[in-house]
Design a protein around this ligand. Structure first.
Ligand code: ACO
Ligand code: AKG
Ligand code: ZN
Length: 440
C-alpha cells in the first residue's frame, strides 16, 4: 500500500465512508458514466508520433517500440497508414506478424482506396478519419457532409465485412458544427462501428468543452468513444481526464506526447494523472516500472531529451529542496507527494546542499554519515551550511565536509573520521544534484 493510499485509508476509517469517496482525486461515485477506473490506451507513437518533426523510425526501431509498448500493457498500437509509403505498408505487415497482446490498428483516410490496402495488412482494426470542420471541408478534402456520410458508410461496411474492428473519427471535431457531428455519429453508430473518435486536432478545446461534447455524444451513440487531444494550449492531459469522466473509454497517447507540432497526450503524464484517480486499476493494468525505459527508447529514437519537468521521469520529478518540504517529506512523503516514486521504479531525493535547507534535512544527512550530533549541534552546522550557500552553489561534498569538520572540531582529538556507511552506499536522500542521479 502506498503512502497516499494509507492517507486515503485513514480518511475512510475515520469517516466510515466508501473508500472511493475518501479519494478526493478519484471519480465521483455518483457519476455512473465515468470511465476513469475503466479506460483503455491506444498508443499512437508509431502513427501520430511518426508525424513528430524529428521522427524517423526504421523497421527495427518500430518493432522495438511496438514490443516495448506491448510489454508496458497498452491496449492498442496504432500504425501509420499503409498507403503513406511502400515501407510503411511493409512495416505494418511486419508488426502485425509479431503476435503481440496489444491489438494492432492502422489509420487511414475515409476512402476506399486506403481501406482496401489497410485490410490486407493483417491489422486487428482500422481507424478511419475525415475532417468535418469548415476549415478542413473547404481547404483539406473539399467534401460536404453528405459526401462524408456516404463515403463513411461505404468504408465502414467494407472494413466490417472483413471481420476486423472499425473506428470512425471526425477530424477537428471541436471546430465542427455540433449538428453535423451528431448526424454523422448517429449514422455510423447505427451501421455498427466499434468506436467513434473525436479529435481536438488543433488543441483548441478546454476540459469543460470536452466534458460537454462527450456527454452529448454518449446519448446518441451506442459504441465506445475514443478521444484524441493535441497539446497546443497545454490542455491535453486535462482534456483526456475530463473525457473519461464524461464516459469516453479510450484515449490516444504517444510516448512523450510526440506528434504533429507539440504533440498529443503523453502516456507518462496520463499515467501520473490516472494513478491518482484510480491507483488499483492503473497499477494492475500497466507495467509502470517500464515507463522510464519506454520514454528513453523513444527519446533516443527521435533525438530529444526528456523534459526536466516531465511527469514521473523529469529529473526533478521527485526531488524536494526547501527545508519546510524536506522536514515533512522525511516524516511522511505524502505531505508533498501525490505520486509515490516507487510505483514507477523511481526514487525520491532530498536536495539539501543549498541555502534553503533546514536542520531536519541536515540531521538526516548527519545520521546517514553515521555521525552523532545533538539537535543544537545540527542547528549550528546547518547555519554554517546556509552561510556557505549564500556565497555559492553547494554540492554534497561541500555539505559533508562542513558536517565532518564541525563534528571533528567538537570531538577533538578524534580528527580522522572512520569510513562511514554513507561513503560506501548510494543514498536515496542526498544533496547531489538530481541531474546526476535521475538520468537515462
Ligand atoms: C490530423 C491527422 O494527423 S490525419 C493523419 C495524417 N496522416 C497522414 O497524412 C499520413 C501520411 N500521408 C501521406 O503519406 C500522404 O499525405 C498520403 C499518401 C496520405 C496522400 O498523399 P497525396 O495523394 O500525395 O496527397 P496530399 O498528401 O498532397 O493531400 C492529401 C490528400 O488526401 C485528401 N484527404 C485528406 N484528408 C482526407 C480524408 N480524411 N479522407 C479522404 N481524403 C482525404 C485530400 O483531399 C488530398 O487529396 P487530393 O489532393 O488528391 O485532392
Ligand atoms: O484519427 C483521429 O481520431 C485523430 C487524427 C489526428 O491525428 C488528429 O485529428 O489530430
Ligand atoms: Zn493528431
Amino acid at each position: 500500500m502506498t503512502a497516499e493510499n494509507q492517507a486515503f485509508q485513514k480518511v475512510t476509517e475515520s469517516t466510515g465512508s466508501n473508500p472511493i469517496q475518501a479519494n478526493p482525486y478519484g471519480p465521483n461515485p455518483s457519476d455512473f458514466l465515468s470511465n476513469v477506473g475503466n479506460f483503455q490506451l491506444i498508443d499512437s507513437t508509431l502513427r501520430e508520433g511518426e508525424q513528430f518533426a524529428n521522427a524517423f523510425f526504421s523497421t527495427e526501431k518500430k518493432i522495438e517500440i511496438a514490443k516495448a509498448l506491448d510489454a508496458f500493457g497498452v491496449d492498442y498500437i496504432e500504425l501509420t497508414s499503409p498507403v503513406a509509403s511502400e515501407q510503411s505498408r511493409k512495416d505494418c505487415e511486419a508488426i502485425c506478424k509479431l503476435g503481440l497482446k496489444a491489438k494492432i490498428l492502422t489509420h487511414i483516410r475515409c476512402h476506399m482506396d486506403d481501406a482496401k490496402v489497410a485490410v490486407e495488412t493483417g491489422v486487428d482494426g482500422v481507424d478511419v478519419v475525415i475532417g468535418t470542420s469548415k476549415f478542413l471541408r473547404q481547404y483539406s478534402h473539399g467534401k460536404d457532409m453528405n459526401y462524408i456520410a456516404k463515403s463513411a458508410i461505404e468504408v465502414i461496411e467494407f472494413v466490417k465485412s472483413k471481420g476486423i474492428e472499425i473506428r470512425f473519427s471526425s477530424e477537428d471535431s471541436f471546430r465542427s458544427d455540433l449538428v453535423d457531428l451528431l448526424n454523422i455519429y448517429k449514422t455510423v453508430s447505427k451501421i455498427g462501428v466499434n468506436r467513434i473518435g473525436i479529435a481536438d486536432t488543433v488543441g483548441c478545446a478546454n476540459p469543460r468543452q470536452v466534458y460537454e461534447l462527450v456527454r452529448t455524444l454518449k446519448s446518441v451513440v451506442n459504441c465506445d468513444i475514443e478521444c484524441h487531444f493535441h497539446n497546443d494550449t497545454g490542455c491535453a492531459i486535462a482534456n483526456a481526464y475530463c473525457a473519461l469522466e464524461a464516459g469516453a473509454k479510450l484515449i490516444d497517447v504517444c510516448v512523450l506526447g510526440i506528434g504533429e507540432r507539440n504533440g498529443i497526450v503523453p502516456i507518462g503524464g496520463l499515467m501520473a494523472r490516472m494513478i491518482v484517480a484510480d491507483p488499483d486499476y492503473v497499477k494492475s493494468k500497466y507495467k509502470l516500472h517500464k515507463i522510464r525505459d519506454l520514454e528513453n527508447l523513444v527519446a533516443d529514437a527521435v533525438e530529444v531529451n526528456i523534459p526536466f519537468n516531465n511527469p514521473i521521469t523529469g529529473f526533478c520529478a521527485f526531488t524536494h529542496k526547501a527545508g519546510i518540504h524536506a522536514k515533512a517529506i522525511l516524516a511522511n512523503p505524502s505531505t508533498y507527494e501525490i505520486l509515490d516514486p516507487h510505483d514507477f521504479g523511481m526514487k525520491r531525493y532530498i536536495h539539501f546542499a543549498n541555502r534553503l535547507t533546514g536542520w531536519n534535512a541536515i540531521k538526516s544527512r548527519v545520521d546517514q554519515l553515521n555521525l552523532s550530533l545533538t539537535d543544537s549541534e545540527v542547528k549550528i552546522v546547518t547555519a554554517k551550511i546556509k552561510k556557505m550557500g549564500d556565497i555559492r552553489p553547494l554540492n554534497i561534498d561541500d555539505v559533508d565536509s562542513i558536517i565532518k569538520d564541525y563534528h571533528a572540531e567538537i570531538n577533538t582529538p578524534t580528527l580522522i573520521p572512520k569510513k562511514t556507511k554513507a561513503d560506501e552506499e548510494p543514498l536515496d536522500i542526498s544533496g547531489e544534484p538530481a541531474t546526476k542521479k535521475v538520468k537515462k
